[in-house]
Write a protein that binds this ligand. Structure first.
Ligand code: SAM
Ligand code: SF4
Length: 335
């Protein structure tokens, strides 16, 4: 049995988020510019390499895999990868295989994902207004995503909706979105907009809607109780007493959650990022490709990378400027 991955701050790394493509069928304004340039295909890990990479992490004690992107379900033959991971669920080494998706392809894939052992899915959806949805995603169409949500639930997948909180955009929809999730027995998490990627013409400070304000908005409509539950990540939870709903708040900017961080991120090109808000990274593709049959060099490279995991990040909106801003796109590191 291999020694588990423990970082310099004594945090056990048990959660790997994997971006399987930087491509997407949407162009959400806070995530990508309309004319994004994508990586040449040869830069990407092949599906076999992704399998080997993830399997090595599982061998080193990773128990949860979240597949993301870009849009993970637009990667060609992605079900081959999911089906490959099923063996780690069956062996008990992997406790959870899940994904974050924009929902556009779920109508097609929900049943297959369930069959592969996926039980929960996060679907990103910021508005239930068809025109606003088209505006924020630029290329997305709401009815297609709603059919995806239906298909996921019908397949037996537990759905959590992730909504980016955007001032002046979905503020007024808070009760509608909340009620819609309650009716369908779906969890809901609000995410603060983060200063990722090329800001271009988008005014991130103007869009920034503090989740403290979102929570206060809930208190106008419901009795809100704080829950102690943490997942090692940036989410905090409250319960709405009237509906029994659990609402999450992902506040990477206004709270320090780093002390319990259990996760690292793998990009679609095989770079490992140790913190969403820092540049610390290492290349795992070279050691992977250097010895196609021996995982030793890859394991050494993973351990060396984990030793670089920083204590925390420096995002800060509090001084009305974007301190700690990252040049990277979320679609590169995986949200
Ligand atoms: N395409 C998939 C999706 O949209 O769910 C997975 C990848 S996407 C990069 C993952 C998450 O990151 C989505 O929930 C998206 O809303 C969020 N995201 C993207 N850019 C963001 C930003 N600048 N600030 C906060 N969240 C962001
Ligand atoms: Fe695509 Fe997800 Fe980024 Fe939207 S947030 S552009 S769906 S990767």
């Amino acid at each position: 049995m291999n020694a588990p991955l423990i970082d310099p701050f004594a945090r056990a790394i048990t959660y790997l988020r994997v971006s399987v493509t930087d491509r997407c069928d949407f162009r959400c304004v806070y995530c990508m510019s309309e004319n994004m340039t994508f990586l040449p295909k040869k830069e990407l890990l092949t599906l076999e390499e992704l399998d080997r990479m993830c399997s090595t992490f599982v061998g080193l004690g990773v128990q949860k895999l979240r597949i993301t992107g870009g849009e993970p379900l637009v990667r060609r033959d992605i079900m081959t990868f999911f089906n490959g991971m099923t063996r780690h669920l069956e062996s008990g080494a992997l406790k959870e295989l899940t994904l974050t998706t924009n929902g556009s392809q779920l109508e097609r894939f929900a049943d297959q994902l369930y069959a592969a052992g996926v039980r929960r899915v996060n679907i990103s959806l910021d508005t239930l207004d068809e025109q606003k949805f088209a505006d924020i995603t630029r290329w997305g169409r709401l009815p297609q995503v709603l059919r995806g949500v239906d298909a996921a639930q019908k397949a037996g997948l537990r759905v959590k909706i992730n909504a980016v909180a955007l001032k002046g955009f979905n503020e007024e929809e808070l009760p509608t979105i909340t009620a819609w999730c309650a009716e369908r027995d779906m969890d809901l998490t609000w995410i603060e907009v983060m200063p990722m990627g090329d800001l271009g013409n988008e005014d991130r400070l103007g869009q920034y809607w503090s989740l403290k304000d979102v929570r206060a908005r809930y208190a106008d409509h419901y009795t809100v109780s704080d829950l102690a539950e943490r997942t090692g990540g940036p989410a905090r939870y409250v319960r709405l007493e009237e509906t029994g709903q659990k609402i999450g708040f992902i506040t990477p900017l206004s709270h320090n959650f780093c002390e319990s961080c259990n996760r690292v991120r793998l990009t679609c090109t095989g770079e490992i990022y140790l913190c969403l808000g820092q540049e610390d990274m290492a290349d795992l593709r070279s050691p992977l490709r250097a010895s196609p049959t021996d995982n030793g060099p890859l394991e050494d490279a993973i351990r060396a990378a984990i030793n670089l995991k920083p204590k925390g990040h420096d995002f800060d909106y509090s001084r009305q400027k974007l301190d700690g801003q990252m040049p990277r796109h979320m679609s590169h590191t995986g949200g």
